[in-house]
Design a protein around this ligand. Structure first.
Ligand code: ZN
Length: 254
């Protein structure tokens, strides 16, 4: 059918099993009070933790093998990162990038053309400064705190066009990807069932696609969570055709 398959997932619990906490608490994140915590993420300055993560990244990569060579192993969903003596000077984005640079290196031992996403999202929406992405890390910009009824150009706050531009000063635009929320029924429903009919703002959508495209971004995607049988039975057809047609218009202009 010509379809490409990729897997995008918050994967820290699989990459660093929580069962290791009792024997190796130093592999896990330290909270603000100086206590190691079993839940969420890891200490990116624990060499042992990075070794376990990399070994599991390869194992998972051999099972969930993308057809594009593009991997997405996200940190835990907007959860705390490490505040130990070594980590605390690094922002959450920088800690994520330390981890991603290492995972990329590991994945390249099974596939030399591997690329890996740096997810700019929630606590990692601001660009890293102290750490630079290795060649093969690509930006994935997911502005979850945006308002869906206003175009990206009109967003206030952190999830803005300005923040995207700042990220594009660090990461290459050629490989950058946008992960948007235009079709995210679960977000529109505040992640609570029963899910509502998708609020669809065609002018915002086409303006956003034009903005992303004008920056040189070629990978434009959206969450589509919650578009299921219940949705079709209750609300009818979602605007997937309009979505696809607008993206095609941009592609045909190139
Ligand atoms: Zn740490």
């Amino acid at each position: 059918m010509g379809l490409e398959v990729e897997y995008e997932l918050h994967a820290m619990k699989e990459l660093l099993p929580r069962s290791l906490f009792e024997k190796h608490p130093e592999m896990f994140r330290m909270d603000k009070k100086g206590k190691r915590q079993r839940s969420d993420n890891l200490c990116v300055h624990s060499e042992k933790a990075l070794e376990v993560v990399c070994a599991n990244a390869i194992k998972i990569g051999n099972i969930l093998k993308p057809t594009t060579g593009r991997y997405f192993y996200w940190i835990d969903d907007a959860r705390d990162m490490c505040r130990c003596d070594k980590c605390h000077e690094y922002s959450d984005s920088e800690q994520a990038l330390i981890l991603e640079n290492r995972i990329l290196k590991a994945l390249r031992t099974i596939d030399k053309n591997t690329t890996l996403a740096h997810l700019a999202y929630a606590n990692t929406i601001m660009p890293p400064e102290k750490i630079k992405p290795d060649a093969g890390i690509f930006l994935e910009f997911a502005p979850i705190h945006r308002q869906l009824d206003k175009s990206l150009k009109d967003q206030k706050g952190s999830d803005s066009l300005q923040t995207l531009k700042e990220n594009l000063a660090v990461f290459p635009v050629e490989t950058a990807q946008v992960l948007e929320y235009w079709l995210d029924v679960s977000m529109a429903s505040k992640w609570k069932r029963p899910f509502v009919k998708l609020p669809w703002y065609p002018k915002v959508f086409t303006a956003d696609v034009a903005t992303y495209s004008s920056l040189g971004i070629k990978h434009i995607t959206s969450f589509g969570c919650g578009i299921d049988k219940y949705y079709y039975d209750t609300h009818g057809e979602p605007p997937i055709k309009e979505y696809g047609n607008s993206l095609l218009l941009i592609r045909n202009k190139e």
